[in-house]
Design a protein around this ligand. Structure first.
Ligand code: GLC
Length: 570
C-alpha cells in the first residue's frame, strides 16, 4: 500500500469543509474471518475512502460507531471499557495504526462518545450495584420503590420498550436505564462522573483523535425531583383532542400490541444542566488543536436543538438535524425543513446533515424500492453535498446499498426482536458492506457473517460501481471533488428560491462574494421546466443524469424526471 503523505487541513475549522463518512465497524470489513468487521479490516479499506488520487471516494473524515469493549446488548452502544478496543475489533495498537494510516491520507477520525449510560458490565456499575454504601453507588441513579407495592420510583419509560427502572434485588433499589436494562444511566449530578468522563475524552484526544459524536447528549441530566412525566393522552384529552371513541380505540390498540404508555418526556430530557456538561466538554476539546464534535440531539422544537450550540458557540460544534430524515418525498417538504433550520440557527452555528445512519431505514429504501430508487438516491446525494453545512454519508450509501429485509431468526437488534413484525428493528441498515460479487460480498471469509449480507450484493457492490463511470459511486466521487473546488459550496450562504419554481422542484442558491451557484432538484417523475431570469448566464457543472449537455448555457432549465443539477452563474 502506498501512502500519500498529504498535509491535513490544519485550520481549526477543518470540519466545516469536510465530508464525513460513518462506519459501523461490525459491518465494514472482516480481516480475520470471524464474520465480524474489525479495525485491521477498516485499515485495508482506507485507500477506497481516500488514497489522495481522484479514483477514491475522497472523504475527509470518519465517524466510527463504537468499537470499545462491550457485551453488545446494544451492539457497542453499551460500553464496558471506554479506553479499550473490544477484542473482536482488535487492539489499542490496531487503533493507533488506524489513526496513523488515516491521518497519513488526510482522513480525520471522530469517535462515538456514549456516556448517557454504560454497560451493566462496566466496572463502575459492577461496583455501584455491589452495595448501597459503595463509593460508586452514586455514579448511577438509584432510587427506592414507591408505596406498599414497591412500585418503580416514577412513570418514566425507556426509549426502547417498557419502564425505565430495573429492580436490583440484592441492594433493594431501582436503577434508571433510558435504554435497555443492561444500559444503566450515569448520574451526571455527580462531579466524579464528570471528571471520569473528562478523563475518557482526554485519553482519546491524547492519542490523537479529532473529535466525537455525542450519543443522546440531550438526556444526560434528569429532573432533580424525578417527577412523573405527563401522559400524552391525558394532555390531548384536556385540550379536547380526543373523544371517548378515540380513547377506547387507542387503549385497545395499546393493549393488543402491548404498547407503552405515551408520555411527554418533560423531566428526563433537555434539562438545563445538560448545557453545562457540554460546556465542560467543550473546554476540554478546546485545550487541544482542531477538535470537533457533533451531537445527536433529538427534539421536536428546532429552537431546542439549536440551543445546544451554546449561547456563545461554546457547546457543540455541530448538531445533526434529524428532521431531514422525516421529510416526505416532496420538494416542499425538504425545502421547508431546511429553510426552517436555517432560520432557526443562531449566527455562526454550523449545520450537519445526514440522510441515513445506523438507527434508521436507509434513505434509498425509505422512499420506496422501485426502478427510480437510484435516480432518487442521486438527487438526495446532490442535495446532501450542496446544502450549507457538513454532510455525513453512511457507509454503503455511496453505492446505493438497500435496506435488507431480514427474517426474524436473523435479527440481532433487541428493538427488532421485541417489536417484530411491527418494526423490524435496525438490522436492515447495518448489514455488511457490499464490496464485490464474491463470498459474503467480499466482506468476510467466514461461513456465516454476524448479519447476513443483503441478497442483492451480486449486482450492487463497490467493484461493479468503480468500473462503471456512470455509477452512483462515481457520482458521489465527482460531487465530493466538485464540492472541494467550489468555495460557495463550503462557505457560501444558503437561500431557497421560490419564485417561478414548479412546486415539485426544490431550488436554492449558494453564494460567496465572488461565486454564485444554483442547485435545482426535480422531485417529480416528470420533466420540469425552470426559467432562469437572474443576471449573467448559467453553466451546468454536474447533473444527476449522466448525459446532460456539458456546455448547456441556455436560460431555460429542462430537468428530467428526478434530475438535479448544479449550475454556476457566469
Ligand atoms: C443512540 C444510538 C443508538 C443507540 C442509543 C443508545 O440513539 O444512535 O444506536 O441504541 O443511542 O445508546
Amino acid at each position: 500500500m502506498t501512502l500519500n503523505n498529504r498535509k491535513m487541513d490544519s485550520a481549526d475549522d477543518w470540519w466545516k469543509r469536510a465530508v464525513f463518512y460513518q462506519i459501523y465497524p461490525r459491518s465494514y470489513m472482516d480481516s480475520n474471518g470471524d464474520g465480524v468487521g474489525d479495525l485491521p479490516g477498516i485499515i485495508s479499506c482506507l485507500d477506497y475512502l481516500n488514497d489522495g488520487t481522484n479514483q477514491s471516494l475522497g472523504i475527509d473524515a470518519i465517524w466510527f460507531s463504537p468499537f470499545f469493549t462491550s457485551p453488545d446488548c446494544d451492539f457497542g452502544y453499551d460500553v464496558a471499557d471506554y479506553c479499550d478496543i473490544d477484542p473482536r475489533y482488535g487492539t489499542l495498537a490496531d487503533f493507533d495504526r488506524l489513526l496513523e494510516e488515516a491521518h497519513s491520507r488526510g482522513i480525520r477520525i471522530i469517535l462515538d462518545l456514549v456516556v448517557n449510560h454504560t454497560s451493566d458490565l462496566h466496572p463502575w456499575f459492577v461496583e455501584s450495584r455491589s452495595s448501597r454504601d459503595n463509593a460508586k453507588r452514586d455514579w448511577y441513579i438509584w432510587k427506592d420503590g414507591r408505596g406498599k407495592g414497591n412500585r418503580p420510583p416514577n412513570n418514566w419509560r425507556n426509549n426502547f420498550f417498557g419502564r425505565a427502572w430495573a429492580w436490583d434485588g440484592k441492594t433493594g433499589q431501582y436503577y434508571l436505564h433510558s435504554f435497555l436494562k443492561e444500559q444503566p444511566d450515569l448520574n451526571w449530578d455527580n462531579p466524579e462522573v464528570r471528571e471520569a468522563v473528562g478523563d475518557v475524552i482526554r485519553f482519546w484526544l491524547e492519542r490523537g483523535v479529532d473529535g466525537f459524536r455525542l450519543d443522546v447528549a440531550h438526556i444526560y441530566c434528569k429532573d432533580p425531583q424525578f417527577r412523573d412525566n405527563p401522559s400524552l393522552l391525558k394532555g390531548l384529552n384536556r385540550v379536547g383532542g380526543l373523544d371517548a371513541g378515540d380513547r377506547l380505540f387507542i387503549a385497545n390498540l395499546m393493549k393488543k400490541f402491548s404498547l407503552p404508555e405515551l408520555q411527554v418526556r418533560k423531566y428526563n430530557q433537555h434539562l438545563p444542566e445538560t448545557h453545562n456538561v457540554l460546556k465542560e466538554f467543550r473546554r476540554i476539546y478546546d485545550s487541544y488543536p482542531a477538535v470537533t464534535s457533533v451531537g445527536e440531539i433529538v427534539a421536536d422544537d428546532p429552537q431546542v436543538i439549536a440551543s445546544y450550540y451554546g449561547s456563545n458557540q461554546d457547546e457543540l460544534h455541530m448538531n445533526f438535524y434529524f428532521e431531514l430524515l422525516h421529510c416526505r418525498w416532496k420538494a416542499g417538504s425538504f425545502r421547508r425543513c431546511i429553510d426552517l433550520w436555517e432560520k432557526t440557527l443562531p449566527a455562526g452555528a454550523w449545520p450537519a446533515y445526514t440522510l441515513s445512519n445506523h438507527d434508521v431505514v436507509r434513505a434509498i429504501s425509505r422512499y420506496g424500492n422501485d426502478a427510480s430508487s437510484e435516480e432518487r438516491a442521486r438527487l438526495l446525494a446532490l442535495m446532501l453535498l450542496t446544502l450549507r453545512g457538513t454532510p455525513f454519508i453512511y457507509y454503503g450509501e455511496e453505492i446505493g446499498m438497500r435496506e435488507a429485509k431480514l427474517p426474524k431468526v436473523k435479527l440481532k437488534d433487541p428493538v427488532g426482536i421485541k417489536w417484530y413484525p411491527l418494526h423490524r428493528g435496525r438490522d436492515g441498515c447495518r448489514t455488511p458492506m457490499q464490496w464485490n460479487g464474491g463470498k459474503n460480498g467480499g466482506f468476510s471469509e467466514a461461513p456465516e457473517t454476524w448479519l447476513p449480507v443483503n441478497l442483492n450484493f451480486a449486482n450492487n457492490n463497490v467493484a461493479i460501481q468503480e468500473a462503471d463511470p456512470h455509477s452512483l459511486f462515481n457520482f458521489f466521487r465527482q460531487l465530493i471533488r466538485l464540492r472541494r473546488q467550489l468555495p460557495a459550496l463550503t462557505e457560501g450562504s444558503y437561500q431557497s428560491i421560490i419564485e417561478n419554481i414548479p412546486e415539485d422542484c426544490y431550488c436554492y442558491r449558494r453564494k460567496t462574494g465572488d461565486q454564485e451557484l444554483i442547485i435545482c432538484l426535480n422531485f417529480s417523475a416528470e420533466q420540469r421546466r425552470i426559467g432562469y431570469t437572474g443576471p449573467g448566464s448559467i453553466k451546468v457543472l454536474i447533473s444527476t443524469s449522466q448525459d446532460h449537455p456539458e456546455t448547456d448555457m441556455s436560460p431555460v432549465i429542462m430537468l428530467r424526471p428526478y434530475e438535479g443539477r448544479l449550475y454556476l452563474i457566469v
